[in-house]
Structure formats: C-alpha cells, structure tokens
Design a protein around this ligand. Structure first.
Ligand code: SF4
Length: 376
C-alpha cells in the first residue's frame, strides 16, 4: 500500500508530517511522490489564509474527480476496473478546528462538505513519541511545543491547535541526541510561540509588553541544547513579549545559536497593534531590537508583517515602513490581511482596505526588505 502526503502551511506542519510519515510506514505503507500513484492521500492542512484553505479544497476536488474517472495510471494495489478509490485523510488545522468545536457542528459541516474524505484526523492522535522520518535538508526539525494561547485578533491558530502545550525537556533533548546520532549537525526548535516554551510549568507571573506571562523555560532549554555537539541551533517563531534578558544572554554566550532571529512585529503602528491584540507598541519592539543588537552585535532579524489590517491608513502604513527602515530586516514574510472566519478581527472589524492598495503596500515593503538590490 502506498501513501502520498501533501503539506500546506508552516514549518510546524512540515515537522508534523515527518511523524505522520513514520506512523504510516509503521503500518506497512510506503511513500510515493505523486498522489495519483497512491492508495492513500494524507493532506496536512493550513487555514491561516484563505488561499491556503482554497488549495486544500482544490486538491480534494481533484482527487474526487480522479476517483470518478480513473485513468490508466493507478496504484498497482488498485484493481483494473478502478473500483477501489484513493482514500483521503485530512489532518492539520482544518481537522483540528472541527475537532475542538465541542458542539460537533464544525465536524458535521466538514463531513457534509467533503463526504469523500475517510477521516478528519486531529494531529494530536499522532503522538510526539513517534520517531519522525526526517527529510534530507540537513536540519532536524524538533517540535518543542504545540498550540498557542495568545489570541492575536486575526489568528485562527489558537482555535485550530488549542492552547500551548510544551513537551518535556528530557524528551526534547533525547530527540536531539537521536538526530545527532543520525548525522544531523543543525537543529531547528519549533513552536508557535517558541520562546514561551514551558511557561505552563513556570511559577513566576510577569507582565511583559502588556501581556501577562509565566516565566518561560526556553532560555534553559536553549542552554542545554547549545551544550550538544551542534553546528547551528535556530528557533522559530519567537514573540517579542517573551524575548527575555535571560534569552538574550543565552544567545550571546553560545556561538552555535543562529544569529538570524525571526521576530515577527506584524505592524509598526500602535493603534493597529492594539487592534491586533499584539500587546506591545512599536516603541517597545524597537527598544527590544536595540537591546538585542547591543548585546549581540552580529545579530540579524527576519520578521512577519501583515499589511492592510482594518484601520491601517496611509499614516499607519508609513509607521510600518519607518520601523522596517530602523530595524533593517534581512527577510520579511509579508501577508495581505484577509479575515479568517472565527477570529475576533473578522467578527468586529470591516476588511476595508481594497486589495489593489494592499498589493501596492506589499510591493513597497517587499522592495524595501526582500528586493534590496532592485531598489539600489
Ligand atoms: S502568537 Fe499570535 S499570530 Fe502567533 S500563532 Fe499565536 S495567536 Fe497566532
């Protein structure tokens, strides 16, 4: 029996896919590189943006069409008449969102919309204990936490993945030892809010950049990982409010920790940041960047930006441009705002900026940060 896995979305989904693959190999399946050759197609979904969600629906429809009109190219395990269909399993955020809806309404809706999908599999059914089948990129992806408890107003992740849950430090360190044994020299620690790792075990309550936090164990974890015989340790995604002095010190004193830090700021305007429920001001973000630069002179930053959020007028957009100029980001992942059903911003704000204007702002920032050579 053969399976094909299609992964949409973030690096967390890529890491989850490595465990999903191992899960199906254990069941006797073998991976193929084309869904048309598979008996089973697993779709690890992302719903963070409408376009990603539409691509998931598009693939399911294509498989349905293929099953209705099977051409000659079929998996060997399928009979000649094509009476056996390619089975579809949907996991990731789409399944997670329905699974977490205690009323059962969302799951019933999904089953109605996609009657050909055999299973909507919540990712937590694929245990962290499963040893992942890692890719050949040279970087071992190590999930350290799952879910998010922050509720930024535009984001569906806390609803799709649930509250943040951290893995035990000893399990993470064992996972790293295994990847070292397998020849990996680089690891990437992954979490939705990686630098709040372990805060559910933390005892001290802090208020950091307007958000109430429990003390994170991330600096301690990073310190332990840095002692291993690794050439490079990176982590993604960190949030400004959990970027503590202790974390800055840990990075500064360990040269095997990557100097390119991903630090999403999303918007450079305080009113917009407030509406996004990000819990910091642009001034606080810039102060943090200044502090990190002073302690780690060779630090570089990448970031995430949302443009066209409700209320982002030209002045607010220029504040974002100014912040970018001050930080000097190396890379930016720039997203045009689109409301996600079920989030606070979709409920209370009107998506008022025309797409044409969002595209214009996207080009301005992309030229400023990602296409520097073209603007010289
Ligand atoms: S920190 Fe905010 S943007 Fe990031 S996953 Fe959590 S809710 Fe979403």
């Amino acid at each position: 029996m053969k399976f094909f896995i299609k992964v949409f979305g973030c690096i967390q989904n890529t890491a989850d896919a490595e465990r999903i693959k191992a899960f199906y190999y254990d069941k006797g399946f073998e991976e193929v590189d084309n869904w048309k050759k598979a008996d089973l197609v697993i779709i690890n979904t992302c719903i963070i943006r409408e376009s990603a969600e539409n691509r998931v629906y598009g693939l399911i429809n294509e498989i349905d069409k293929f099953n209705r009109n099977p051409p000659a190219l079929r998996a060997p395990s399928l009979d000649k008449e094509g009476s056996k269909k390619i089975e579809i399993i949907v996991t990731g955020c789409l399944a997670g969102l329905a699974y977490r809806d205690k009323t059962g309404k969302k799951m019933r809706q999904l089953k109605r919309d996609f009657p050909t999908v055999s299973e909507f599999l919540p990712i937590e059914k694929i245990s962290f204990e499963i040893e992942p089948l890692r890719g050949k990129t040279g970087i071992a992806l190590i999930p350290i936490s799952f879910g998010c408890s922050n509720f930024c107003s535009y984001c569906i992740v806390p609803f799709a993945k649930g509250p943040e849950i951290s893995r035990k430090m000893e399990d993470i360190l064992k996972d790293i030892d295994k990847s070292l044994n397998d020849g990996f020299k680089q690891v990437m620690l992954i979490g939705q809010n990686v630098n709040s790792y372990g805060s559910e075990f933390g005892e001290t309550t802090l208020v950091s950049m307007g958000k109430k936090r429990f003390k994170s164990l991330f600096p301690k974890l990073l310190e332990e990982v840095a002692k291993k015989d690794l050439e490079k340790i990176s982590f993604v995604s960190s949030n400004p409010w959990d970027f503590s002095d202790e974390l800055i010190e840990t990075i500064a004193k360990n040269s095997n920790i990557d100097r390119l830090v991903h630090l999403p700021f999303q918007a450079g305007d305080d009113e917009v940041l407030k509406k996004m429920n990000r819990g910091y001001t642009s001034g606080e973000y810039l102060e943090l960047v200044k502090k990190i630069k002073s302690k780690i002179p060779d630090i570089r930053f990448s970031t995430d930006i949302i443009i066209g959020f409700p209320g982002e007028d030209e002045k607010a957009f220029q504040n974002t441009v100014e912040l970018c100029k001050k930080v000097g980001f190396e890379i930016a992942y720039i997203n045009k705002y689109s409301p996600r059903k079920g989030t606070l911003s979709a409920k209370i704000y009107k998506d008022e900026i025309p797409m044409k204007e969002k595209k214009r702002r996207w080009v301005v920032l992309n030229n400023l940060i990602n296409n520097k050579e073209k603007t010289l």
